[in-house]
Design a protein around this ligand. Structure first.
Ligand SMILES: Cc1ncc(COP(=O)(O)O)c(C=O)c1O
Length: 373
């Protein structure tokens, strides 16, 4: 081992250039912002990219501006692909993680009596979507039990349910919104691949915070937002679709003239790539801003569990000093704990199984789902 590879040498070297990151983050001048799980503060290059594009649209027209920036728009797909280890053709832009998720669900021709196998720690909108599918198509929703040691879903029990129920869909959320839990999505995926089951992963709170590898996870669909730990703009997210799912012909229920070609009066052909999950109209400034955010994140190297927490603390320490940052972090953590205790999501995970579906059923539109998301 070289001398400068040692842990002590690493400690002396700042891993992140906090001053540069602060200078790149206009919001640092005015707020102390912990809500990365809601939406991270935009970096200056992201903001500039979006403003430049809006100006270009204003100056030469929206369609013309899109043509002029075609290469940068393509980079959205390349950048996300690099981030999660896939190809650009496996990525579709989405206006939100929820839209990506429901679009993926819409591709599955559920039949009455088929099963959706999921976990007890999930995003409430996903569960509402499952209930809606139950109401419309008569699917059954089965929740795999948690492991008694608190590490998340009991993968062995979930695998046993996969074998006994042969679910039409297995669905898991990698990092559920409010609890800090990290579900063993790759272990679940190994069983799905072994049994040939369709697998959907919600990685909304993961992307940008943890390194992600869709090959390792073995999922068919994965959904995420760009606005949280990637620090992209609001109204941006993406759907990953595996080659397997594309080849098996999965396509959204309401495919449009961007996702498909109308080749004869009675026939259309879906795009070969995940483009089939997109619509023709596009928020180009947002797509370009998202691409800039992903490139920025890849460049500053935020990936690895908790790295963004470190960055937040660093940004904060730069503003108010290390001791002050620690005090604020402690108060912030306490607020998060209080938020968790009162959040509908944690209440959901404490309910006995029979009541959980009922709780999700009675969740009213507009009820806060999470203190952060
Ligand atoms: C785990 C998880 N999934 C999905 C979503 C929904 O994301 P969006 O608001 O982009 O639809 C959130 C939002 O916070 C989330 O935390």
């Amino acid at each position: 081992m070289k001398a400068d590879d040692s842990a002590s040498a690493l400690r002396e070297e700042p891993l992140l250039d906090i001053a540069a990151l602060r200078a790149d983050t206009p919001g640092c001048a005015s707020v102390i912002h912990f809500n990365n799980a809601g939406a991270g503060l935009l970096a200056r290059p992201v903001l500039r990219t979006m403003l430049d594009h809006l100006e270009l649209e204003a100056n030469i027209g929206g369609y013309e501006a899109a043509d002029a920036r075609a290469e940068q728009v393509h980079d959205f797909y390349a950048a996300i692909a690099e981030l999660i280890n896939t190809g650009p053709g496996n990525i579709a832009f989405a206006g939100s993680a929820t839209h990506a998720y429901s679009n993926a669900l819409s591709a599955i021709d559920f039949r009455p009596g088929e099963t959706i196998l999921t976990t007890r720690n999930d995003f409430i909108s996903n569960q509402i979507a499952f209930l809606s599918l139950r109401k419309r198509y008569g699917v059954e929703i089965v929740h795999a039990p948690d492991h008694p040691d608190g590490s998340g879903v009991d993968v062995a029990a979930m695998a046993a349910l996969m074998r006994s129920r042969r679910p039409r869909l297995v669905a898991a959320t990698h990092v559920p919104t409010s609890s800090g839990l990290v579900q063993p999505v790759a272990e679940i995926g190994r069983h799905c691949r072994e049994l040939g089951l369709l697998y959907l992963v919600d990685a909304c709170q993961t992307v940008g915070q943890y390194g992600m590898d869709v090959e390792e996870i073995g999922c068919d669909f994965l959904t995420a937002t760009c606005r949280k730990f990637l620090r992209g703009p609001r109204g941006s997210g993406f759907l990953y679709v595996s080659d397997r799912a594309l080849q098996d012909g999965y396509e959204p229920l309401f495919i449009d003239m961007h996702g498909a070609r109308w080749i004869e009066p009675g026939t259309y052909r879906p795009a070969d790539t995940a483009t089939r999950f997109e619509e023709w109209e596009f928020p180009y400034a947002t797509v370009l801003g998202s691409a800039a955010a992903v490139r920025y994140a890849l460049r500053v190297g935020l990936f690895g569990g908790g790295a963004l927490g470190g960055l937040s603390a660093g940004l904060l320490a730069g503003a108010i000093g290390a001791r002050g940052a620690l005090t604020v972090a402690a108060i912030g953590s306490a607020a998060v704990v209080i938020g968790l205790v009162v959040s509908p999501v944690s209440r959901l995970s404490r309910l006995p199984s029979a009541m959980k579906d009922e709780a999700a059923e009675t969740a009213t539109p507009g009820e806060p789902v999470t203190p952060t998301g």
